[in-house]
Design a protein. Sequence first.
Lengths: 645, 109
Amino acid sequence: MGQMNNLVYLVPLFPLLGFLVNGLFRNQLSKGLIGIIGSGSILLSFGVSIALFLQVKSGGAIPVHSLFTFIDVSPTFKIDFAFQVDQLSSLFLLVITGVGFLIHVYSTSYMHDEEVPHFARYFAYLNLFVFSMLLLVLGANYVIMFIGWEGVGLCSYLLIGFWFKNDNYNYAAKKAFIMNRIGDLGFLLAVFWLFEKLGTVNYSDVFANTNKLTQADITGITLLLFVGATGKSAQIPLYTWLPDAMAGPTPVSALIHAATMVTAGIYMIARSNILYTLAPFTQAVVAIIGLATAIFAASIALQQNDIKKVLAYSTVSQLGYMFLGLGVGSYTGAVFHVMTHAFFKACLFLGAGSVIHAMSGEQDIRKMGGLSKYMPITRITFLISCIAIAGIPPFAGFFSKDQILAAAKEVNPFFYYIGVGGALLTAFYMFRLYTMTFVGKFRGTHDQEHHLHESPMAITFPLIVLAILAAAGGLLGIPEAFAKNANWLESFLAPIFDGSTKLQKVHPSEGSNEIVLMAVTSVIIIAVSVWAYVKFKDYQTNEEEPTGFARILANKWYVDEIYDAVFVKPINAFAGFLKNVVEKSGIDGIVNGVGRLVQYSSRQMRLLQSGMVGSYILFMVLSIVVLFLIFWNQIQIVEFLQKVF
Amino acid sequence: MPIQYYITLSAILFCIGVTGVLTRRNAIIIFMCIELMLNSVNLLLVAFSKMPPVSKAVSAAATGADAQLFVFFIMVVAAAEVSVGLAIIVMMYRNVHSIDVNFLNRLKN
């Protein structure tokens, strides 16, 4: 077992090497080689991850392995560059490298029209992203996690703005970066707070010493960490960057903005589960924010017409469910949903990419329709993923969503009903998307119809693999209600959530009742899906602007406009005030005033230099007299004269 | 005679000298006024040398000798100054055909 210790560092090393090679030799390599290096490095990581996973599965967590001392300032301030592979991180390793590899393969075909240096740049960024994400997951303390946390934010920025010649894409990239930074500040403050109170940031030391923290400390730290999570995982109020992040290439949306990076917040909270279990107030906040985001984003998705925007809001909504799971203490449910979501959302995004590819860049679903006869593989995989995300049994989304909702019901039935309502919205907008894209008559131009084709192998292969996972992934966590101890994931992750489980109140699960509820919700979800299918089957393009409530939804509840009015405009106005008033009249005035004063006074002083000997002597005499008056008291001769006269 | 007379006289002479330097433009007159100032100081020094010592710590002989010694120094320096100064005035007359000091403003611009 010991020798596996030394393999841990290989997992992030391969993507790092891929990044360096592709980044440094981007002008020398050919496209084929770039693709092989980019995808191959992830495949190697995936191989090592499988080995690590198998070891963890059989022998439990691998002991924390420190590569070197990262920061060593004093005996009390020492941070190791250490990796921790346990049940939670090994699972995330598999998802990141596995889904990541498929998306790299997909990208070799999707990005093939790019010029060679840009093609290499793309793969370099993608590898750097995987490297950062692996650091985030592997780190054995909050500081290493923070390095990865910042790294993925950077890569997200770089990849959203990949086509940097388009200003709007650059704005979207900046928006994502700034929103993330707001969250990162919360994360950073939480880490400082932890260090201040405990003097350590290692997970094991922190979780073992939670009794040294007061209730206020724990609540504050967890809330700040959650602020970080809202930024990275796109929750209210920092979610607005994610829909705009769709400006990036579609595989990037699949990898970063659906499958991996946005789940960083969930990983972080699952990792810190003991802290959260000890802070009921924070848990309530997490659950409510998660639920609100799930409903809110789902409602926006109902009225979006951009294929990627629908999926983006759907991602925000699903992330909301994961936070609901975390908030109600179902950490396994949240991690489970992360996994299944990674499968079906990556599949959906890649499918959308395949459609966009076939439609020559068109993303508006009102101009699609009837694509199923041109793109059968894309259509089937997309349909499977739609069923999975809608939560129809026995596909993956059903199990993971059910586990979260069941846990929510035990905490508060109210959460459950709203959650189910959100699931219905999900079913509706997903089938609206599917139907408008693949069913009915083609509504695009004649040129586009002529060009329609199924995508090549490199694109369909990842789709097929992901669709299989989306269909079967749910079997990892079969609910207790169906069979005792059938939830493999629950027992696998048990050591991680051990501390929390002991603290939580145990609810006796009412098996029969649960099955009835599941059946009822499933039937309603199927009904809604069919309704959406029927409603949009014969959709005809209409140019009418939506009215009333639909208009509010189509405009995303005007959140961007509100943020603009509340934050952006006042800050811009303040900056304008500083620039035009303070800078121009104030600071410029002082600087120029000093210059003008010197010029003016020197012009006046110059007049004294008349060249007249008489005036010079006069000044001399006057100066002497002045000096004489100033030092009157210090001149001894005065005393003498006074004595004499 | 009381020392006050000497001091007053030399002060008056010095002031006349200063006034002359300030008001006149003729280089030779200015020169004479400078001599007047130097000599008023000489007069003062000689007068002080004959004054009874103010404090007992200073011996009368030493005080008087010092002052008179300075008078000779001043005379010597004044003589040297006169020779140089007159030479300058001669050269000035040769160049600008005037001994008005206000003509000596060519460095102005």
